[in-house]
Design a protein around this ligand. Structure first.
Ligand SMILES: *Cc1c(COP(=O)(O)O)cnc(C)c1O
Length: 361
């Protein structure tokens, strides 16, 4: 071991040394169906109006730390109850980090698994304890197992992705309510896929004082901007806001996100196309006898290969220029699973044709 490696080992926390970095593959030149992005761009006139707005930006000045106009636009676009307060983050990933940084050392974070990996990743990077509670075989939430784990681990935070990533399903409302009733601390309902889900806990914020609802603009179609938000009781948000870095939402994101919220109908149209094509893709995949398709309420579809190696199918798709997410390496209930983001109709057709060729071999 070199002298520098030795110093890295002794200086850093063991939890950090044990982590592996969040891996993002190089996607240049691929049909990109791996990251739940909205595949559509904006109409020409909208791009011109956006550029006009950006011309007025003042990049020499620090951004508005309160984000007043942007918050107002987010409130009306997302039906946020008037009594709830908002916290904005540089993506909802940053909000997860802010929530977890507020906890006392040694706290426990709990989530069903498989789920969004950042709950575990950020918990461990901050030296917190993370407890994963297995979902049932069909990926539904096991309310009884969650209650038992909550009683024995007393988690400061429970994360529930609604709908869940990477499985795509929406947990049953009754099971969610049981978790909310049992949890001694916060329950963060992560509604990253709200535009596609047609279900939400947002109106229930006033019913539960331990409920926080988190959303992002990433999956709606603004992944490049990095904007997420958290809605909850003023008493909580006030405290979390102390941890937020003062200028975490940059000038260009503030202007662009506000502009996007004023053009909701464009995004609503894109969401309708994605929902239509999700249905079509699920039906077409369902026709393949060697594939098990899981129901989705998001803009992606999880499927399992029943008589092929998922990693080989993944590789063959990649060689044909199509990038999906290979979940097989995660193991357990995700063995032999791939996750497909809904693309444009052309991209979806190309994916299906290629998949059919691969599994016929
Ligand atoms: C994509 C995703 C996020 C992160 O979104 P960003 O706002 O882009 O950081 C959070 N939660 C879930 C469940 C996701 O799938």
């Amino acid at each position: 071991m070199s002298g520098l490696e030795e110093r890295v080992r002794t200086l850093l926390r063991p939890e950090v040394l044990a982590l592996s970095a969040y891996h993002v593959p190089d996607s240049k030149g691929y049909i990109k169906l791996d990251a739940m992005e909205n595949p559509y761009s904006w109409p020409e006139g909208m791009i011109e109006a956006w550029l006009d707005r950006l011309r007025r930006a003042e990049p020499n000045r620090y951004p508005d730390p309160a984000c007043g106009p942007l918050k107002a636009a987010l409130r009306s676009a997302n039906d946020i109850p008037a009594e709830a307060e908002l916290l904005l983050g540089n993506g909802s990933d940053e909000i997860i980090q802010i929530i977890l940084m507020a906890l006392p050392p040694g706290s426990t974070v709990l989530a069903p698994e498989p789920t969004f990996v950042m709950y575990r990743q950020i918990s461990l990077s901050l030296g917190l304890r993370f407890v994963g509670v297995p979902l049932r075989e069909d990926f539904s939430l096991d309310a009884r197992a969650m209650e038992a784990a909550i009683i024995s681990h007393r988690p400061a935070v429970v994360f529930l992705a609604y709908p869940n990533n990477p499985t795509g399903n929406l947990f049953e409302e009754d099971a969610m309510l049981r978790v909310l009733a049992a949890a001694p601390g916060w329950v963060v309902v992560d509604e990253a896929y709200a535009p596609y889900a047609e279900a939400t806990f947002m109106p229930r914020l006033s019913e539960f004082d331990n409920l926080l609802v988190m959303r992002t603009l990433s999956k709606l179609g603004l992944a490049g901007l990095r904007l997420g938000f958290l809605a909850g009781a003023r008493e909580w948000i006030e405290q979390l806001d102390k941890i937020r870095l003062p200028y975490n939402i940059n000038v260009l994101t503030q202007i662009s996100a506000q502009f996007a919220m004023e053009n909701q109908p464009v995004f609503e149209g894109q969401v309708r196309s994605v929902l239509r094509d999700r249905q079509w893709l699920a039906e077409e995949l369902g026709r393949l006898s060697v594939v098990r398709v899981y129901p989705s309420r998001a803009n992606f579809i999880l499927f399992k290969l029943l008589s092929h190696e998922a990693s080989e199918v993944f590789q063959a798709l990649k060689e044909a220029g199509i990038l999906v997410k290979n979940l097989h390496p995660a193991g357990g209930s995700l063995s032999q699973c791939l996750r497909l983001t809904v693309g444009t109709p052309d991209e979806n057709r190309c994916f299906l044709k290629t998949l059919r060729e691969i599994i016929a071999l």
